[in-house]
Design a binder for this molecule. Structure first.
Ligand SMILES: Cc1ncc(COP(=O)(O)O)c(C=O)c1O
Length: 409
């Protein structure tokens, strides 16, 4: 009988999956006893490494004290309050606020609804257009699907939500001309500061600054989707700090709990809070049953404490230097045609490789004991921020061997 589980992003007829059963540090094991270095930190989320007792204890203690409670008015919990405070304390918005949900996709849908709500509250309801960026990945809810700049993820689901225009991912002039044409109707722009799932593309010089300037000039809001880049990945708590550009709204998930609990959220700058708080009769009619779930909140607090105590934000640079150094040496040898990234997130474009060949190289690497992600002929790496030098070197050596084996065939 076909297995019950329909895997994410899978062919429904496929039965070819690695069944993982255990994880510890930067390693995971499958049901056949094979060991793998987790070169992608799960799915771009695991900053502190797997199986950390401190984090598991924090979740367990919270569950023993209070196993669940929601945050729909008038209820709340001490731990969800504390999680929001802790997240705000490392964010670029020290006087902002935090909305909590359960995933990156929910965080994006929340941000999109805010892009619709803020103009209405400002009595500018003509502002209905949202700009998405080519090559962007923003999750799979209807909002995030609409915002996808990766057409394969966006197309084939029928009508999505209206009034979205795509800007070029590299040429800021494309955004400038859309602002020139639709300026007063634009509510905001949604972009990852570094584009992750689309292939790990840092922003071209001046691009994010250009978006900030256009939003300021035309009265629109800038949303950074930091679901991958948040919580230390780029060498700062947020990529907004790494690139020196402050958005109005930041979405986050993944690294906020290192994946130990499903948690996402939205950071609101003071500008946005002022609008939401301006009318005491206004009710924010949005929220999820599990917004601020106690176990996820406890996980976030313990995770942020570990990242801070162990200097993992700074460690991202050290990891990145070693990883990118090794990959760039292979670029000189002609194995890779481009190496791109920042902090501890990097991708290496395999010279002349097709998308299909990239997947074969990925499979070969898995067979050799290293997990990475293949995207359009590039190999992407986003290891836990506790990875040691010898494991980084193993990732690089394995990538080189796998490319050589596959492309020599
Ligand atoms: C930038 C970005 N936004 C949103 C999402 C969606 O997050 P989730 O899969 O938790 O819904 C992802 C997931 O990879 C992402 O990379």
């Amino acid at each position: 009988m076909i297995p019950a589980l329909l895997h994410a992003f899978s062919k429904p007829t496929s039965e070819n999956f690695h069944t993982l059963v255990r994880s510890e540090g930067v390693r995971v094991w499958d049901d056949k006893g094979n060991e793998y270095i987790d070169g992608l930190g799960g799915l771009w989320y695991c900053q502190i490494g797997h199986g950390r007792p401190e984090l598991i204890d924090a979740i367990t203690e919270q569950l023993q004290k209070m196993s669940s409670y929601h945050t729909f008015a008038p209820m709340g919990s001490d731990v969800s309050d504390a999680a929001a405070e802790r997240i705000r304390s490392v964010s670029p918005f020290p006087d902002g606020r935090v909305f909590l949900c359960c995933s990156g996709s929910e965080s994006i849908d929340t941000a999109i609804k805010l892009l619709r709500k803020i103009p209405i509250l400002r009595k500018q309801s003509e502002r209905q257009i949202i700009l998405r960026r080519g090559r962007g990945y923003h999750g799979v809810n209807i909002g995030g699907t609409t915002m996808q700049g990766i057409s394969a993820n966006r197309e084939g689901w029928g009508e999505l939500f209206p009034n979205v225009i795509e800007i070029d991912p590299t040429n800021i002039e494309s955004a400038a001309s859309i602002f020139a044409e639709y300026g007063e109707q634009i509510a905001g722009v949604v972009t990852e500061p570094l584009q992750g799932a689309g292939g790990v593309f840092p922003p071209p010089s001046g691009y994010l600054e250009g978006l900030r300037r256009l939003c300021n000039d035309y009265g629109a809001l800038l949303v950074f989707d930091e679901v991958i880049t948040g919580f230390g990945r780029t060498g700062n708590w947020f990529a907004s700090d790494t690139y020196g550009v402050k958005p109005d709204i930041i979405t986050f998930a993944k690294g906020v709990t290192s994946g130990y609990q499903p948690l996402g959220g939205v950071l609101l700058s003071r500008t946005v809070c002022d609008v939401l708080e301006s009318d005491p009769d206004f009710t924010f009619m949005h929220g999820y049953t599990y917004s601020g779930h106690p176990a996820a909140s406890a996980a976030a607090i313990a995770n942020i404490n570990i990242i801070e105590d162990e200097g993992l934000v700074q460690r991202a640079e050290v990891i990145g230097d070693r990883l990118s150094g090794g990959l760039k040496a292979l670029e000189k040898d002609g194995i890779f045609s481009e190496v791109r990234g920042v902090g501890a997130i990097w991708a290496a474009q395999v010279t002349d490789a097709s998308t299909e060949q990239g997947l074969v190289i990925r499979d070969k690497m898995t067979e050799m004991g290293v997990i990475c992600r293949a995207i359009n002929g590039a190999l992407a790496f986003c290891p836990p921020l506790v990875i040691e030098e010898n494991d980084i070197d193993s990732i690089i050596d394995t990538a080189a061997k796998a490319v050589e084996e596959v492309t020599a065939k």
